[in-house]
Write a protein that binds this ligand. Structure first.
Ligand code: PGA
Length: 258
């Protein structure tokens, strides 16, 4: 049975003091919700402080990016070894990284490998752009992104995938539950082909793109969707808590194997 997971991607938002305030407000409510993995992904500069602030709670920590080299002359980058000490998860291949920072399939593949090497759990983001969606190329694009991201990786233990159609990110125009379920089902079948059925059935695949408290149930109710990667709504305490609470109510029993 797959434990549902909600991850909050804070993106490039919150100063250190704002991050402290946000996590302090979220902690009591989040900690009370069981049977869902609750992951928050603040900016790098806040990770160490947030780690202290969630100590003793059930909240887990993730980073938003990683570099693939272990150490050296890579000014401004953060290495897997540095992150392994701080958090459990790392978002890799987000469409904003692909779009604004020219991250290619090859770079993303190296980052996944680097994360797995230090036992960080990658949250690999894949998804088609609007024009690709309109041209009916969704299946082809996500299949190719998955193949490229996992090339040469024997067994991606700990991997989580987030299907995020680019046209739905930050636009307020979410996919429908059925659309997302269909594509996520396809991604699951593809991972079975790349690896085996056991890995595919255990793999958690999230939906991401304009998830809010108002539409979350539409996704969480779908059989293939194991949770959400939430951007904008993860910065609002009541919104985020509501998404996590709904997930626990709808899917929480699955994690207990009932
Ligand atoms: P959004 O972002 O929820 O603001 O659309 C999702 C994401 O980029 O992970």
């Amino acid at each position: 049975m797959r434990m549902p997971l909600i991850a909050g991607n804070w993106k490039m938002n919150t100063t250190l003091s704002e991050a402290i305030e946000l996590v302090s407000e979220m902690r009591p409510g989040l900690d009370r919700i069981d049977n869902v993995d609750k992951v928050i992904c603040p900016p790098f500069i806040s990770l160490a402080v947030v780690k202290e602030l969630i100590k003793g709670s059930s909240i887990k920590l993730g980073a938003q990016n990683i570099y693939f080299e272990e150490k050296g002359a890579y000014t401004g980058e953060i290495s897997p070894v540095m992150l392994a000490d701080l958090c459990e998860f790392v978002i890799i291949g987000h469409s904003e990284r692909r779009q604004y920072f020219n991250e290619t399939g090859d770079i993303i593949n190296k980052k996944i490998l680097a994360a797995l090497r230090v036992r960080l759990k990658p949250i690999l983001c894949i998804g088609e752009r609007l024009e690709e969606n309109e041209a009916g190329r969704t299946e082809e694009i996500v299949t190719e992104q998955l193949r490229a991201s996992l090339a040469g990786i024997d067994y991606p233990g700990g991997l989580i995938i987030a299907y995020e159609p680019v046209w739905a990110i930050g636009t307020g125009k979410a996919a429908t539950g059925e659309q997302a379920n269909e594509t996520i089902g396809l991604i699951r079948r593809n991972t079975a082909k790349l690896y085996d059925e056991r890995l595919a059935q255990a793999l958690r695949i999230l939906y991401g793109g304009s998830v809010t408290a108002a539409n979350a149930n539409q996704f969480i109710n779908q059989p293939e969707i194991d949770g959400a990667l939430v951007g904008g709504a993860s910065l609002k305490v009541t919104e985020f808590l509501s998404i996590v609470r709904q997930t626990s109510e709808i899917k929480g029993h699955l994690s207990k194997g009932v």
